[in-house]
Design a protein around this ligand. Structure first.
Ligand code: COA
Length: 696
């Protein structure tokens, strides 16, 4: 006879003869918050105490099995029972326990499965240990049980990459025992019956020994010391996996300590800020509400940007009409898109058998009239207002009523562009970052007249393209490029005053940037900044200290960076080496300007560069270009290679504190009061003792 009871609000027990089912029901993702932990423990203890049940099967309600510990609890005082203790109680249960996992079994969710005596995956399941993405490591037996089941290399791979392992691979590696189709509850009942009938073997994972593999541990430890010296948790992961050689109690204690230590790091705080920030950017009213259709997209311009945008849409399954003015340009665009799609296949982002179908969704054309059938057009042509005005005037005549008209401009005035049409309410900025099919940031720029459903459509597009859409208001450079324009001067001043480009790059790479600013300049093309400086030459404030002398002279030599083989660095295959002629240029400029070079420590370089970035970021929040500090942070994480473990410039600012930042700016201002000015918002925060986080 079947009977059901609630252990607490989130955990229930259902008895069917010899079988006991435990159901976890904690939407949206069944995270193992305090009540889930307590309920699971009680359920298993009660069933063992009562007797009667001969097998227990755990499953979860809703769209997924358990997606991990409740991240919202991190950083707060821990509430008992602790997850590893609950899982040990499950593993020690006298009554055999099976688990049935569907959707994503991540972190604590997968660790729950590992602690049971047999694991069934439901087709489509993905398992993973993503804690590293939060600055942590598995803290409830993941580093102890995965190596016992699947060996040390697999444990290191999973815990260090955080990747989601598809069910088939999990099965092959012995992480799950079976892969089945069906409803989790039905599968749980069948699996439990199989245990009773002796058709499904059960065993305690920690009764197994980890197969020895010291070489894999050593090799990984050495690689991490070299590649990730400033990260905390990866090194701890190796230590914890090594501890799986020990009996469970000792190994788990080492894992626990490493987990607790990681929890205390600013890296953990930064990465959790990033996790919630990525979701918070679209959690605003502007991103919600009615949207317009997105069944076909038009892209104007087959250059790097246009092709990247088209690729991104095609990969998301949206048909694209690509428009160019001349056949050779169109051919180049199609070739670039084809290359991008092939790249997606070789990187495993697209199944090889889907390649032709994806390319089949591309309609290249020279006839702009073809845009009459698209729902949204993205203009991605040369950054000249005249050209854009002309195009938007034409689009006004061609596009169907209600079509969304977007410009990919990176700094031009969206309102001026919108004014060339009779439908400014349909116009907005969609600023992609190069390479557009790879970079996840999309700045969604709101014009004065942009309609609410057009803005929401911008966010819907970001979601479809798996991008992080961030709302920005109109200004020169929007959020990201405006801040970049400011702090990149700080790097130039450092070089003028005594640092070498390489020292600046090395210091900032040590801080965590993937590439220093001079290497980035070489990669993007130094001619871009050169053009911008020329464009702005007439409007430059005469009181401003000019930052472009060195870069201008490099460009005058025809050295635009990687694409010409030379820039700040020389590129001749292998690692870039500093361009010796740049050192000569720097010396000449210093002599002409009467600058006596001084020494900068790496820390001074980081402090000046970051303080400059934070100053402009603060102004961007103050004047409303960005809605909140978290929006600025996400722009930098997803568009500018800002180190994720530092959370973003304004999260990082909070770790320094407004008072200290104001102090620094005032000190620097003694050298250059024009460049170094305290943003009023920062001054006020210093007085009130508040933080940027308070504005989120
Ligand atoms: N703890 C608390 N909340 C969580 C969570 C967790 N472990 N995982 C997801 N959520 C929340 C999200 O913040 C989001 O909340 P919102 O709707 O209020 O914004 C909601 O659950 C849905 O998550 P979302 O990421 O938007 O859904 P998705 O379907 O795209 O992805 C996951 C689902 C599970 C793959 C994804 O959320 C994820 O990777 N979660 C983190 C897993 C993890 O790191 N676990 C280990 C923790 S140690």
């Amino acid at each position: 006879m079947a009977e059901s009871r609630q252990v607490n609000d989130l955990i229930s027990i259902e008895r069917q003869g010899d079988i006991a089912l435990i159901c976890i029901d904690n939407p949206p993702v069944n995270a193992t918050g305090q009540q889930v932990r307590e309920g699971l423990q009680k359920a298993v203890e009660q069933l063992n105490a009562e007797g009667g049940a001969k097998v227990i099967a755990i499953y979860a309600a809703g769209r997924t099995f358990v997606a991990g510990a409740d991240i919202k609890e991190f950083g707060k005082p821990p509430q008992p029972p602790a997850l590893p203790d609950v899982f040990n109680i499950i593993e020690d249960s006298e009554i055999p326990v099976t688990s049935v996992m569907h959707g994503t079994a991540l972190g604590g969710g997968f660790e729950l499965g590992l602690a049971t005596h047999a694991r069934i995956g439901i087709e489509g399941l993905r398992v993973g240990l993503p804690e590293i993405n939060l600055g942590l490591l598995p803290g409830a037996g993941g580093t102890q049980r995965v190596p016992r089941l699947a060996g040390i290399p697999m444990a290191l791979d999973m815990a260090l990459s955080g990747r989601m392992v598809p069910a088939q691979e999990a099965l092959e590696k012995g992480l799950i025992d079976r892969l089945e189709a069906g409803d989790p509850r039905d599968v749980a009942i069948a699996a439990a019956q199989d245990v009773l009938d002796g058709k499904l073997q059960t065993r305690r994972t920690c009764d197994l020994d980890t197969p020895k593999d010291d070489a894999a541990l050593e090799e990984t430890a050495t690689m991490l010391r070299k590649k990730q010296p400033h990260m905390f948790s990866p090194h701890k992961i190796v230590e914890a996996v090594r501890a799986s050689y020990l009996p469970r109690t000792e190994g788990m204690a080492i894992e626990r300590q490493a987990f607790v230590d990681s929890m205390d790091t600013p890296q953990r705080a930064g990465m959790i800020h990033a996790f919630f920030g990525e979701r918070a950017v679209s959690g605003i009213p502007e991103a919600k509400g009615d949207t317009r259709p997105l069944d076909r997209i038009g892209v104007i311009g087959g250059g790097t940007m246009g092709s990247g945008i088209a690729t991104s849409c095609l990969l998301a399954g949206i048909p694209v009409t690509l428009v160019e003015v001349a056949q050779d340009g169109l051919d180049r665009g199609v070739a670039t898109i084809t290359k991008n799609i092939d790249g997606a296949v070789s990187r495993g982002k697209l199944a090889a058998d889907k390649r032709d179908a994806v390319l089949g969704m591309l309609t290249p054309t020279l006839a702009m009239e073809e845009l009459a059938r698209v729902d949204l057009v993205i203009e991605a042509v040369f950054e000249k207002m005249d050209v854009k005005r002309d195009i938007f005037g034409k689009l006004d005549g061609i596009c169907k009523q209600g079509a969304v008209l977007a410009s990919n401009t990176s700094y031009l005035d969206i309102n001026e562009i919108a004014a060339c049409t009779s439908r400014p309410q349909d116009v907005l900025g969609l600023h992609f970052f190069s390479p557009a099919h790879v970079m996840r940031l999309l700045e969604i720029v709101q014009g004065e007249k942009t309609a609410a459903d057009v803005l929401a459509t911008g966010f819907a597009l970001a979601k479809k393209l798996k991008k992080v859409g961030v709302l920005a208001q109109v200004c020169d450079g929007f959020i990201g490029n405006r801040i970049l324009a400011h702090y990149s001067k700080a790097a130039s001043y450092l070089v003028l005053d005594g640092a070498s480009p390489q020292q600046v790059d090395d210091a900032l790479e040590g801080f965590g940037f993937a590439m220093g600013p001079h290497k980035v300049g070489d990669l993007a093309g130094l001619d871009i900044g050169w053009m911008t400086r020329k464009r702005k030459a007439d409007t430059r404030d005469p009181n401003e200290r000019y930052a472009g002398d060195v870069a201008d002279r490099i460009c005058e030599n025809g050295w635009f960076g990687r694409k010409t083989g030379k820039g700040y660095y020389v590129y001749e295959g292998g690692a870039p080496v500093p361009n010796p002629e740049v050192a000569t240029i720097i010396d000449t400029v210093r002599t002409e300007k009467g600058i006596t070079p001084r020494e900068f420590t790496d820390q001074e370089i980081i402090d000046r560069y970051m303080t400059a970035m934070i100053s402009e970021a603060a102004r961007v929040v103050e004047d409303g270009t960005a809605k909140r500090p978290v929006d600025v942070d996400m722009v930098f994480l997803f568009g500018y290679g800002f180190p994720r473990f530092r959370g973003g410039p304004l999260h990082y600012a909070d770790t320094i504190g407004a008072a200290e930042l104001v102090e620094r700016i005032k000190t620097y201002a003694k050298e250059d009061p024009h460049y170094w000015q305290v943003p009023p918002i920062l001054e006020k925060m210093a007085q009130d003792g508040t933080k940027f986080a308070d504005l989120n």
